[in-house]
Design a protein around this ligand. Sequence first.
Ligand code: KG4
Ligand code: ZN
Length: 356
Amino acid sequence: MLRTLAIETSCDETAVAVLDGDGRLEANELSSQVAAHAPFGGVVPELASREHLKALPVLLERALGAARGEIELVAVTAGPGLVGALLVGVRFACAYAWARGLPLVAVDHLHGHLVSPFLDLDGSAARRTPGRVLALVASGGHSSWYLLTDGVARRLGRTRDDAAGESFDKVAQALGLPYPGGPVVDRLARRGDAGAVSLPRPRIEGAPADFSFSGLKSAAIRFIRDTGLKGVGIDDPLPEVLDLLASFELAVVDQLLGPAAALVAEHRPQLITAAGGVAANTLLRRRVENLGESMGVEVLLPPLALTTDNAAMIGRAGQLAHSRGAVVDARRLDAHARRAWQPPGMRKVGAGDGVR
Ligand code: KG4
Ligand code: ZN
């Protein structure tokens, strides 16, 4: 495959990476916008676009400085995400590819997360994907189980309402904890009693592989309101806050992994993976490892730094797509906010027909 320059600007991380033809990371540059959005308690789309514009040239220069050879292919996230944020990366990548006469591939952000477990930070080549992989993607915008069969993804189950990361962010916000909530909840939950607060774990009738977080999130927020726990701060949290966060984290992980054993039994995968920001969660990682052990299936988790949004995963997804013939016209590529968007030359991630 070709040495690839990859660009990711779908949400609040600006990221640029360079991968050699075997998927070794030569550069993995990232600029987080957390500080810019923190005062607002969430991502402000307009601000995200402006921050991407500022950061991209700086990251590009650094990434190209670390590249060990000429760039031969450009890959960019073209959807789904915040359309203004996506547009910045898309136009940037189009201009780069067009000016140098390089081939360009448009990548579905979810496809990036799906390939992230196969990458390493230690200079090794990307691993090959076995024939059948059961894959969880849990992030701030998505929570779904997929079956990857020879690189084609079919969605098996999904959240019916909030994403797992979103529910962590909202409960943290209700407590007055900083954004994004997931990493903070992870840290504080380690010190709490996960059996202290009982929270609902509703299942969807007739759809055993689907799950829901909104009832669980509302119960936690109601508990915060009723017990007056709001505004506790992060430095010296009350034991009740630690207990609530540990209980909430356990319930979210139970919801995500609820369908897992049945899916393993039904689809007999050779490998189980988990990706997306929530795959950085300590308890989730342990529970996925345990699931693999108890069912005799190998587990592969991305390095922590590649769980949240990054350009390395977009580069690898782009290389795989390009090797199957996907390429787009740099003068015509647009950004696509919608989840159902289908990258040119690829089939979509999701209901039924999968991605290549
Ligand atoms: O994959 P990602 O960077 O962006 C999306 O594509 O959405 O995921 C971000 C999400 C946020 O909701 C964040 O709170 C959550 O991942 N997250 C975590 C952890 N680290 C990030 N959730 C639980 N535990 C963590 N350690
Ligand atoms: Zn993501």
